[in-house]
Ligand binder design. Structure first.
Ligand code: ATP
Length: 510
């Protein structure tokens, strides 16, 4: 949980910040609305904003809306100022917290926000049974190994176990072992002393110390190098760690949760994962069923994301039609909940009006549905089999190219359905969706002669245009970080190319 405090809070910043930090929040502070907006724009990250009512809360919330930054805002002011409280709530603040800060109130607000963004939506008996198991293991201090296919909600489950544990008021720290190179992961986990290696200009505490008294999630643990596995085993067994470059062990009290989407037993058998570490961590195993194994969850999760993304885009209420729901239920969800989430995100952007029908549902990997699955048995000319098919199974000429999912390959529409050009007007080169109805080869051939940088620029700008200038959506679809996207856009802007402004719909759709 990251908290951004804006303004002076009548001199209570330190007190409020300390309370929040004790509850595991990371707190940052800025004096002004502009400072807060800059921090949020720069993806500095916050899950909650606490703003002084003396500042113009309405202007702040309007700016967030205009830039499509979704973040709950809580206003804080001297308790007796009822008029200010009413103004703040009318302006869109979620809560009004009276000052001086009250520890219980702040804890309740932080908890509500954490619940909101990390709640597990489910109704299928298979998932409910898994949750019951998680409820049973949560209060103990035992290590838990959470397994499941990619995108099933392993990290979400880890947060759930932490929330339900006796450590819930202490930090929850997650480290993705696959995302960090081995040499950096060691220092990330265990920290280092000043001068421990070239570039170690100051002491840095690692994630174990950051998570002290709380929970440390080792995400994608199976990717950890065997050398580090040995160091991790020692940390768990001895309950102490050695910062790199230090001869002084540091005592730690951390509960370890780990996730893996590989079969760890097989990894142990093949010698890639230490058996002793496996048994240390696998005290309890929580296996999350794939979405295929819990079909009753699909409608509920779909509605959940429909509401979330409609709200985030300021698009009002949306409702799935029966046909659309049928299509979702029939799909083979290889990417599990994450794939369903992305599909609903796209559906929100594609649909017009209140109803979300099959034409707004763009599925990935349909060709990969196994023989005999529900998907495979749907007639080809059914709107469920191909939501873009018109009467008689024809496919309309243009599907917004950039809204097609990036991975795995989109198989919804054959190449003939690609728009005539992906490139922005006036872009050099032939464009890489030449609309000639040829196979993928022809599309690829059209790229020959263009530089990677050119193609990348066109793809990024076109995706942004289709996302109506929304940076977050575009970055999601492109599979790059928002920071990378912003850097690229800045570069294109500096080169004098038109870049769709955030929320500038006229220009973005022109
Ligand atoms: N039951 C659920 N209800 C609501 N959202 C969910 C649910 N399960 C997963 N999600 C959402 O799906 C996305 C993927 O979840 P998460 O990152 O926890 O999966 P994972 O199994 O850890 O993924 P990976 O294997 O890639 O590490 C997240 O946005 C998460 O919030």
């Amino acid at each position: 949980m990251r908290l951004l405090i804006v303004g002076t809070l009548e001199g209570y910043i330190t007190a409020a910040g300390k309370i929040a930090m004790k509850r595991g929040a990371k707190v940052s502070h800025t004096d002004s609305i502009e400072g807060a907006l800059n921090a949020l724009r720069a993806a500095a990250g916050a899950d909650l904003v606490m703003i002084d009512v003396k500042l113009d809360v309405a202007v702040f919330i309007d700016s967030l809306k205009a830039e499509r930054i979704t973040i709950p805002v809580v206003a804080c002011g001297i308790g007796t100022d009822a008029a200010a409280a009413v103004r703040a709530i009318r302006a869109g603040a979620k809560e009004y917290l009276p000052l001086p800060p009250n520890a219980e109130l702040i804890a309740a607000v932080l908890e509500a926000v954490a619940e909101e963004s990390h709640s597990i939506v489910c109704s299928d008996p298979a998932m409910l049974a898994t949750l019951r198991l998680a409820d049973q293991v949560a209060p103990s201090d035992a290590s838990v190994m959470i397994t499941g296919e990619s995108g099933t909600g392993k990290e979400l489950m880890a947060r759930y176990i932490h929330r339900k544990s006796r450590r819930s008021n202490e930090p929850f720290v997650a480290v993705n072992c696959a995302a960090i190179p081995e040499n950096l992961l060691e220092s990330e986990l265990f920290g280092h002393e000043k001068g421990a290696f070239t570039g170690a200009v100051a002491r840095r505490l690692g994630k174990f110390e950051e998570a002290n008294n709380g929970t440390l999630l080792l995400d994608e643990l199976s990717e950890m190098h065997p050398r580090l596995q040995a160091k991790l085993l020692r940390a768990i067994q001895e309950k102490e760690i050695d910062r790199i470059g230090s001869a002084q062990p540091v005592k730690i009290n951390v509960r370890i949760l780990a996730t893996s989407n590989r079969n760890l037993e097989a990894e142990v058998r093949s010698g890639n994962f230490r058996e002793d570490l496996y048994f240390r961590l696998n005290v309890f195993a929580v296996a999350i069923p794939s979405l295929r194994e819990r079909p009753a969850d699909i409608p509920m999760i779909a509605e959940h994301f429909l509401k979330k993304y409609a709200e985030a885009n300021g698009l009002g209420d949306k409702r799935l039609t029966d046909d659309a729901l049928l299509m979702l239920k029939a799909h083979h969800w290889r990417g599990n909940v994450r794939e369903l989430e992305n599909t609903m995100h796209r559906a929100v952007l594609l649909s017009r009006g209140e109803e979300v029908g099959p034409e707004a549902i763009m599925l990935t990997s349909q060709m990969l549905a196994p023989e005999g699955s529900a998907q495979a048995s749907i007639p080809a000319n059914s709107p469920v089999a191909n939501p873009f098919a018109g009467p008689g199974g024809t496919v309309p000429a243009a599907i917004p190219s950039a809204l097609q999912p990036s991975t795995p390959p989109l198989v919804m529409a054959p190449p003939a359905a690609l728009p005539t050009s992906y490139g922005p007007k006036g872009a050099k080169g032939p464009g890489y969706g030449n609309g000639n109805g040829g196979a993928g080869n022809t599309t690829l051939q059209a790229l020959i002669g263009r530089t990677v940088a050119d193609v990348e620029r066109d793809l990024i700008l076109e995706t942004l245009t289709h996302c109506l200038g929304n940076r977050t959506h575009a970055a999601n679809i492109l599979g790059i970080s928002i920071r990378t996207l912003r850097n690229k856009l800045k570069q294109y802007g500096d080169e004098g190319r038109p870049v769709a402004a955030p929320g500038n719909e006229e220009r973005a759709t022109a």
